[in-house]
Design a protein around this ligand. Structure first.
Ligand SMILES: [Zn+2]
Length: 341
């Protein structure tokens, strides 16, 4: 039986026996005794019903439903009128369970690794995975590794984490950890580190998996050239899958932690183009122009990290309170230490 707000018939569960149920925003779904899935609520006319088949797990979200089929493969469904979810790609390979959210979903792999996919207001999440983010020290083939670099990189990331916790009341990046803190993996590249795709491919190969990356390159490391960072710093690049930074070329900009923090906030999905203070840098809308002490200000200011703010005014990309505009708070890479995910 169901209880709560019955608008759209969300509480009107069909007759019969169910093994499990999941209550979503517009609709709910359940698995019957025969392992078929049924959804109810404002679902049938909007195309929210589950595809035929037998299911191990089912989850009703706000904008979509997802299920794990009996062969452990995931399927997601949603309103075809929205155009987005009808074509929603899901990752290949087996899953044990799935949880659908507003317009994205996360699943648990058999080895316990969470993986997410989907989109939030057209802003794709990093690498379609929940991480953790792996920190990498990349050394091009023609460059000597510098002594103490790994410790320096771990220190910069620790500074970023501390700053984020201070800005958010405890939330920080979901980073891969080793026995003695933040894990920094050294990858010796087979080439000069000029091509971003080649660098990523080589790191993924050495790690044995795809996961979001924070890559600190030794030497010039031109793979880190920021296509839209000309007004801020041109020594780094912040993408959804990977942040890349040239240690040598970023040094004149002061603290590397400032640059990394800025790029990591890009990785989280800032700044969405629905932000009121969005500003174009090199023709791309990814920064803000309302306050010089905003970490996402469109120009490099030299202000130290301790005096920079995550979304001055809380109106553009963090905790802005509008549900029609992406907020980096929903990114599964941006967690509170008390959360399990
Ligand atoms: Zn930027």
């Amino acid at each position: 039986m169901c209880w709560g707000d019955n608008k759209h018939g969300r509480l009107e569960a069909p007759e019969g026996r169910f093994k499990s149920v999941s209550a979503g925003f517009w609709f709910s779904c359940g698995i019957r005794d025969d392992d078929t899935a049924t959804c109810w609520g404002n679902n049938l006319k909007r195309g929210y019903n589950a595809p035929d088949g037998r299911y191990l797990d089912v989850s009703a979200g706000q904008g979509l439903g997802c299920g794990v089929r009996e062969d452990n493969y995931v399927v997601c469904w949603g309103p075809p009128t929205a155009g987005r979810f009808g074509e929603l790609d899901v990752p290949s390979g087996p899953f044990l369970s799935v949880s659908a959210g507003q317009s994205a979903a996360c699943g648990l792999r058999p080895d316990g690794t969470p993986e997410c996919w989907g989109e939030v207001n057209q802003t794709a999440w990093s690498s379609l995975t929940a991480g953790p983010i792996q920190v990498v020290y990349a050394v091009p083939v023609d460059v000597e590794p510098a002594p103490g670099r790994v410790e320096q990189i771990a220190g910069a990331m620790a500074d970023v984490q501390e700053w984020l916790r201070g800005q958010t009341g405890g939330r920080h990046l979901r980073l891969a950890r080793g026995s003695d803190g933040i894990s920094v993996v050294t990858v010796n590249l087979s080439d000069n580190g000029a091509n971003r795709d080649d660098v990523l491919a080589e790191i993924y190969e050495q790690l044995g998996k795809r996961t979001p990356l924070a890559v600190f390159g030794e030497g010039e490391f031109s793979a880190a050239s920021g296509s839209y960072e000309t007004g801020y710093v041109s020594c780094a690049h912040g993408g959804r899958d990977a942040v890349m930074l040239s240690i040598v070329r970023c040094r004149p900009h002061g603290s590397i932690a400032v640059v990394v923090a800025h790029e990591m906030v890009h990785m989280l999905g800032a700044v969405p183009d629905c932000a009121p203070n969005i500003a174009a840098t090199a023709g791309v809308l990814v920064h803000v122009d309302d306050a010089r002490n905003d970490i996402m200000y469109y120009q490099h200011t030299g202000i130290p990290l301790s005096r920079l703010i995550l979304d001055v005014g809380r109106d553009d990309y963090y905790m802005h309170g509008r549900d029609d505009c992406y907020d980096i708070a929903v990114n599964p890479l941006f967690v509170h230490p008390d959360s399990q995910f």
